[in-house]
Ligand binder design. Structure first.
Ligand SMILES: [Zn+2]
Length: 75
């Protein structure tokens, strides 16, 4: 995927690319996800699953996600 290439190049200056966020979705709900306040995860607005970001790469796997309704997100 082309946009993943951009992320790799920019990883030193920016954790997660805004364009990448737009194309990513929760694999369960197919719903928007938001960056968590600490920028260490991506949270589904619907099921409250938080997907970890490892080495600046979002891990969009249900097995890796934790359900955290209280986790704060950025806007
Ligand atoms: Zn979800």
């Amino acid at each position: 995927m082309k946009k993943y290439g951009n992320i790799a190049l920019r990883r030193k200056t920016m954790a997660i690319d805004a364009q990448l966020l737009e194309i990513l979705a929760c694999p369960k709900c197919k719903t928007d996800i938001k960056l968590t306040a600490d920028e260490k995860g991506l949270k589904c607005v619907q099921c409250h699953r938080v997907y970890p970001i490892k080495d600046d790469i979002p891990v969009m796997l249900l097995d890796e996600a934790t359900i955290e309704p209280e986790r704060q997100t950025k806007d």
